[in-house]
Design a protein around this ligand. Structure first.
Ligand code: C5P
Length: 204
């Protein structure tokens, strides 16, 4: 098997990373793509009281298990399937389940810190940063977190002001400089998504 083509898909929370990743999957065919969602690599917090978990800064690099993520990416690059942890946003820790991820001709690492770690960047053949205005990202997040992640509007707002916004400016936005491609207007950008799909088709 030849070395998989590794794509990093970064961008702020609510920027449209999932839409971009979905388009990659449609382009390659689901069977050919292994998706590592960085959210699944939040540190396990089973031993930490729930009240403390509520106060964790989930937008800081220290919240992630980088070692496990690197190990899993390397396994997929070596053609070995992995058991990806599953994250439970309502409990702020890993769930008891894992997902088997099979190696593919393309590996996508998707997450707001996808371009943060130098070790991971070195393994990537294409680095994408999905961009969207802060107000759009916030509105999307508000709708998603109240609808799917069991949050109240007040908690989404206070988390955004205390953690998400400052961490985005300090740690996420600066990784744009590592991107080969910056997609403006997030997942709503058909021409950019078409170009990305064309590039992937010619490469794999
Ligand atoms: O899918 P998305 O990239 O938006 O998910 C990342 C966001 O999830 C982070 O900005 C973080 O604030 C949030 N998060 C959370 N509670 C957790 C873990 C992450 O609100 N327990």
């Amino acid at each position: 098997m030849s070395t998989p083509f590794v794509i990093g898909v970064a961008g702020g929370s609510g920027s449209g990373k999932t839409t971009v990743t979905r388009r990659v999957m449609e382009t390659v065919g689901e069977q050919g793509v292994a998706v590592l969602a960085q959210d699944n690599y939040y540190r396990n917090q089973d031993e930490i009281p729930f009240e403390t978990r509520l106060k964790t800064n989930y937008d800081h690099p220290a919240a992630f298990d980088w070692e496990l993520l690197r190990t899993h990416l390397d396994a997929l690059l070596a053609g070995v399937p992995i058991d990806m942890p599953e994250y439970d946003f309502t409990q702020h820790t890993r769930s008891a389940r894992t997902t088997k991820v099979l190696p593919g001709s393309v590996v996508v690492l998707e997450g707001f810190f996808a371009l943060y770690d130098e070790e991971l960047r070195r393994r990537m053949h294409l680095k994408v940063f999905v961009d969207a205005d802060a107000d759009v990202r916030f509105i999307r997040r508000l709708l998603r977190d109240t609808g799917e992640r069991g949050r109240t509007p007040e908690s989404v707002i206070s988390q955004y002001l205390e953690f998400v916004r400052p961490m985005h400016l300090s740690f996420v936005e600066p990784t744009k400089r590592y991107a080969d491609v910056i997609i403006p207007h997030g997942g709503m950008n058909e021409p950019a998504l078409d170009m990305l799909a064309a590039r992937i088709r010619t490469t794999i």
